[in-house]
Write a protein that binds this ligand. Sequence first.
Ligand SMILES: NC(=O)CC[C@H](N)C(=O)O
Length: 360
Amino acid sequence: MQNLKKARLVLQDGTVYEGTSFGYEKSVSGEVVFYTAMTGYPESLTDPSYKGQILVPTYPMIGNYGVPVDDEENGVSKFFESDKIHCTAIIISDYSFAYSHWNSQKSLGQWLKEQQVPGLFGIDTRALTKKLREHGAMLGRIEFDNISIPFYDPNEHNIVAEVSTKEVVEYGHGKYKVILVDCGVKYNIIRCLLKRDVTIKRVPWDYDFTQEECDGYFLSNGPGDPAKCDITIKHIKKILTGDRPIMGICLGNQLMARAAGAVTYKLKYGHRSHNQPVMQPGSNRCYITSQNHGFAIDDKTLPIDWEPLFVNVNDGTNEGIRHKTKPFFSAQFHPEASSGPVDTEYLFDKFIENMEKGNK
Ligand SMILES: NC(=O)CC[C@H](N)C(=O)O
């Protein structure tokens, strides 16, 4: 414990928090985002949607169940959401130096060091979260040895291009052929599709998939501002003129909306947790969902042939859209969870049903 290095988290508004390093020691900067779920740090750290972000879990003790083994199944990691950590850093209150879990292979600190990702503990994450809620999303930097680097705003860059696959990859031998547009796809989306008799063709974010033979299209989650994905939006616009089923998640929801002609905007602070309630308009149905997003669709700008599919009960923001007559729908939350509640995994079954109907 004595040899652990101190480092500082500096926010854009000048606030400084001092913490102790338990990960890799290097100065970094990014957007600071809080996350209020109690579990799920291995999944969140490897979720490509967190690219460029400094993750602040508010649960007070992190690291107590270590990091899972890195097994593979059907061409994707069994327990992680991608092949590496995408968060820029992690900031926590209390680090558990002891860890225990049936499936753990190493400590969180060791994993962060291997992946060259900084982690600080001993920071008042409640105070930090209150600040972000009052002020809104903020950039921050972690300084080791007083070496400071400029603030970096991931939303000003096309970071989807950095996390998307560079080549086409195929998975499974199922009945339905799906083009998966990879803007930073989480592996549990691939697992959820493979469980449902699907053959997946995973293509890069800027790949022209509009002439491909398939039964349906899947628009993945991904990092940053949806407005930066103009090439993907151009391709989606083309497939919206057809009637093959489309399902989208999170960034995929935002890209579907922009392709349809609606507007997206940045939320004051994002939704990142396991207990976000969403209602389906026109019903009394409420689902508890897993979420990770900082942008949202302005559903007042949806064209006449589209409608909201879900609305967030906490703040009234849009949580999904659907076309009124064609088999196109998307969710702002994560039906694939990982981590979090699986109440809305049935949306994958809807997508399969749509493809089945389309084939008849
Ligand atoms: N998980 C995601 O796909 C996030 C979408 C987008 N980058 C946002 O923050 O809103």
